[in-house]
Design a protein around this ligand. Structure first.
Ligand SMILES: NC(=O)c1ccc[n+]([C@@H]2O[C@H](COP(=O)([O-])OP(=O)(O)OC[C@H]3O[C@@H](n4cnc5c(N)ncnc54)[C@H](O)[C@@H]3O)[C@@H](O)[C@H]2O)c1
Length: 389
C-alpha cells in the first residue's frame, strides 16, 4: 500500500512514507465519532474505517467528512494522502456478530491497527426505562467487538467512557482514582465495559493495550459548520437544546431548569464543558499511546496495559452560565422556568484532567464562547441538521 514519491531510481528519491494505519471507529457518523474521524483524517496517517447503524446519526455526516478532508489536501497530494481523506464506511449493527465479523474479514488478520469504540446508546433517563436494551447495545456489543478483534489480531483499543461512571463524586475536581459508582443503567454499562476491557488486558498483558476515556461534557462543532450534533428527536443535552430553541425547532418556548437549590454558586447544576474538537484530539493522543514505544503504561501497578483518563477542561459551568453564553452567541432571548430537581442529577461534575495532561499531553484550550459560537454556526447553517439532505 506504500506509495513511493518521485523517481525511486534516483539517489535523491524521497523515502517511502509510512503506510496508512487502518483505524476502525464505531459510531463514526455520530456527534463525537464524526469529529474523531475528521481528526484522524487530518493527520493523513490513518485510513478510517467507520462502522455505524445510523440509529442516532445520518450517513450524510460521512460524506461531509470526506469533503472537509479532501478540501484540506495540498494540490500535489499523493495517492496515499488522498486515500487518508476517504472514509471506508460500513453499515453494521454491533449487536449483530455476523455483521461485525464481515467487516473484519474484509481487511483480514492484522488488517486493522486499532479500534476507537464510540458507538453506544447514551440517554441516562431512557436507560432506566429499557435497561436490557442498554446492556445489549453498550455491553454485549462491546464483548462481541473485542472477541472479533482478538480473532483478527487487532489488540489496540480506545473506549468512549463517561464522567457518569463517578455517580455523585466525593471529591471535586474528580480524579481518576475516584471509586466507580454509577446510578443509571447507562452509567453502569460504561463501568461494566471498562471492567471487561481491563480484565482482558489483565488476562493477556502481552497482547492487549487499552485506554478508557471518561468524557465530561462535549460541546460545539467543527468550525466549518459542516458537521455537528444532530440527535434524532428532542435533544437530551442542554447546549443542543438551546441551539434548537434559537433556530425555532422546539415547540415549548420555555427552558425548564431542573433545580436552583443545589450547593453550587448560583444553585444550578455545574458541568465541565469541553470543545468537541479538543475531545477528538484526545482520542488521537490515546491512539498514539497504544503504539509499541509508548511510555504511558510504564506506571501501571500490574502487568496489564490498561489506563483510564478524564477528558475535561477542569472548569465547571452552571446551567445559567451556559444559557447566558448561548444568549450572547445567538442573540435569542431564552425564557427560563425553574422546576424541581430531576432524579439522578448530581450537583457538580468537574474533571481533574491533570493525569491526561501529564501522560497523554492532553489539553482542552477552547473556551465556552468558542463552543457556543461553533455550535451556533453549525445550527444556523443546518437548521434541520443532516436530515434535510
Ligand atoms: N455526548 C455526550 O455528552 C457524551 C458524554 C460522555 C460520554 N459519551 C459517550 O460518547 C459516545 C458517543 O456519543 P455521541 O454523543 O457521539 O452519541 P451519538 O448518538 O451521536 O453517536 C453514537 C453513534 O453510535 C451509533 N450506534 C449506536 N449503537 C450502534 C450499534 N449497535 N451499531 C452500530 N452503531 C451504533 C449511532 O448511530 C451513532 O452514530 C457514546 O459512547 C457515549 O456514551 C457521550
Amino acid at each position: 500500500m506504500a506509495m513511493v514519491n518521485g523517481d525511486a531510481s534516483s539517489s535523491y528519491a524521497a523515502a517511502s512514507p509510512e503506510p496508512l494505519k487502518r483505524v476502525l471507529v464505531t459510531g463514526g457518523a455520530g456527534y463525537i465519532g464524526s469529529h474523531i474521524v475528521l481528526t484522524l483524517q487530518e493527520t493523513r496517517k490513518y485510513k478510517v474505517v467507520s462502522v455505524d447503524n445510523y440509529h442516532n446519526s445520518f450517513p450524510a455526516a460521512l460524506t461531509r467528512l470526506n469533503e472537509i478532508a479532501q478540501a484540506a489536501l495540498p494540490e500535489n497530494a499523493t495517492n496515499q494522502e488522498k486515500d487518508s481523506a476517504a472514509v471506508d464506511s460500513h453499515t453494521c449493527d454491533l449487536t449483530n456478530p455476523a455483521q461485525v465479523r464481515a467487516v473484519f474479514e474484509k481487511y483480514g488478520k492484522g488488517g486493522i491497527w486499532g479500534v476507537i469504540h464510540v458507538a453506544a446508546y447514551k440517554s441516562v433517563g431512557e436507560s432506566t426505562e429499557v435497561p436490557l436494551t442498554y446492556y445489549l447495545n453498550n455491553v454485549s456489543a462491546t464483548v462481541c467487538l473485542l472477541q472479533t478483534m482478538s480473532e483478527f489480531d487487532c489488540v489496540r483499543f480506545v473506549y468512549s467512557s463517561s464522567a457518569t461512571v463517578y455517580g455523585t463524586p466525593p471529591i471535586i475536581p474528580i480524579p481518576e482514582s475516584t471509586r466507580l459508582k454509577a446510578d443509571s443503567p447507562y452509567g453502569k454499562s460504561k463501568i461494566m465495559s471498562e471492567t471487561i476491557i481491563q480484565d482482558l488486558c489483565q488476562a493477556e498483558p502481552d497482547r492487549w493495550r487499552a485506554i478508557s476515556l471518561r468524557y465530561f461534557n462535549p460541546a460545539g462543532a467543527h468550525p466549518s459548520g459542516l458537521i455537528g450534533e444532530d440527535p434524532r428527536g428532542r435533544p437530551g443535552n442542554l447546549l443542543p437544546l438551546l441551539a434548537h430553541m434559537a433556530v425555532g425547532r422546539v415547540k415549548d418556548p420555555k427552558l425548564r431548569v431542573f433545580g436552583d437549590d443545589y450547593p453550587t454558586p448560583d444553585g444550578t447544576c455545574v458541568r465541565d464543558y469541553l470543545h468537541v474538537m479538543d475531545l477528538a484530539k484526545g482520542h488521537l493522543l490515546a491512539l498514539e499511546a497504544l503504539a509499541p514505544d509508548s511510555k504511558v503504561f510504564d506506571s501501571c501497578s500490574d502487568p496489564a496495559r490498561y489506563k483510564a483518563y478524564n477528558l475535561g477542561k477542569g472548569k465547571g459551568m452552571s446551567v445559567l452560565q451556559i444559557v447566558e453564553a448561548m444568549r450572547n452567541a445567538t442573540g435569542y432571548d431564552y425564557k427560563c422556568e425553574v422546576v424541581g430537581r430531576r432524579r439522578g442529577d448530581v450537583p457538580d461534575l468537574t474533571a481533574d484532567p491533570a493525569l491526561a495532561e501529564a501522560e497523554l499531553g492532553f489539553k482542552a484550550p477552547q473556551n465556552l464562547e468558542t463552543m457556543c459560537r461553533d455550535l451556533w454556526n453549525w445550527q444556523q447553517k443546518n437548521p434541520d441538521g443532516y436530515g434535510a439532505e
